[in-house]
Design a protein around this ligand. Structure first.
Ligand code: NDP
Length: 304
């Protein structure tokens, strides 16, 4: 039985997450005449909000910034007549052979579900952040994308760290602190960083502690792993040390039936939530489109 707060009638599809994967699924379902509810707990775009320049999404010679691509997605959603329901799905479960998405506004029941919930940043567990630093430690670039004339220390050595550095270097001074001498980023990004005068890349620079002197942050190297490094001063720290799937809202009954529902084509996981380090907009949109086309086919057959 579903609670009294259940919204209206049973929907065909619930989509959790309005990043590139969820948006594409919603647009294609709409084109196929299938009713879906597209939930988003934060804002449209997902991780794309952080992207400096997307250069492998066809149709944009010279690349396009993440925020400009999101604006185009939003326009397309509007033109297609897809509404985004700005409510966070706190639980997605499976009961009485239906999916039940719970938000603080009630429950939405559906026949099929698309999980496009993306990732959340891994937290830095091995660095001590002392009192007075909390509000200047970040895990993504978009909350501070508008700042200028500041110094930012970015911890990490992958695409995200280098990409965030390029975004922020347009108006700020940036240090990239990599714990080893091995980068994981594209050589292309490394070369761009090398050519950008506002960015200093510091390899073999593990951090032990971040504290505040009341004015700036003091970023103290981990002496046990790499001695003789200087303490750096910065206004903000961004930890870009990888991300993990956002799946903590899946209910017990859904988890129990996950494989069966996936095999039956009633449940799809699309985009970054399943793609590990292959976090690319073009992959996510392809995943979303594929899921929507499979669902359209399945729902058409179910209705006959
Ligand atoms: P990665 O896993 O590629 O890199 C994580 C980095 O964080 C590594 O340098 C790792 O170091 C370091 N790290 C991990 N844990 C710690 C820790 N506890 N302390 C200090 N450093 C740590 O993740 P990214 O998020 O950077 O990139 C993943 C994928 O996202 C890419 O492969 C790409 O597909 C996509 N992406 C693409 C972008 C683009 O093309 N412009 C931009 C952003 C993301 P170590 O090597 O020592 O383990």
């Amino acid at each position: 039985m579903h609670s009294q707060k259940t919204k209206d009638k049973i929907k065909d599809v619930v989509i959790v997450g309005a990043g590139p994967a969820g948006i594409t699924a919603a647009i294609q379902l709409k084109r196929s005449g299938i009713e879906s509810v597209l939930f988003e707990g934060e804002s449209v775009g997902g991780l794309l909000k952080n992207a400096h320049l997307v250069e492998n999404y066809p149709g944009f010679p010279g690349g396009i910034s993440g925020s400009d691509l999101i604006s185009r997605f939003e326009k397309q959603l509007e033109e297609t007549g897809v509404a985004v329901t700005l409510e966070e799905v706190t639980k997605l479960d499976y009961t009485d052979d239906r999916f039940v998405a719970t938000t603080d506004r009630g429950e939405t029941v559906s026949f099929a579900a698309v999980i496009a919930s993306g990732t959340r940043p891994k937290r830095l567990a091995d660095v001590s952040f002392l009192d007075g630093t909390e509000d200047r430690i970040h895990y993504e670039v978009h909350p501070i994308a508008g700042i200028r004339k500041k110094t930012i220390a970015i911890i990490g050595g992958g695409d995200a760290a280098f990409d965030y550095a390029l975004t922020l270097s347009r108006k700020n001074r940036v240090f990239i602190l990599n714990r080893s001498d091995r980068t994981r980023c594209l050589p292309l990004l490394f070369e761009r960083v090398e050519k950008t005068k506002n960015i200093t890349y510091l390899p073999s620079h593990p951090i032990g502690e971040v504290r505040s002197d009341g004015h700036t942050l003091l970023i103290v190297p981990d002496e046990s792993k790499a001695g003789g490094k200087d303490i750096l001063r910065a206004d903000h720290v961004i930890a870009a040390i990888g991300r993990e799937p956002r799946l903590d809202f899946l209910g017990p009954s859904l988890l129990k039936n996950l494989d069966r529902l996936t095999k039956k084509g009633r449940l799809f996981m699309v985009g970054d939530v399943i793609n590990n380090v292959f976090r690319q907009t073009a992959i996510a949109t392809g995943d979303g489109l594929f899921a929507a086309m499979k669902l359209s086919d399945m729902l058409r057959r179910e209705r006959i």
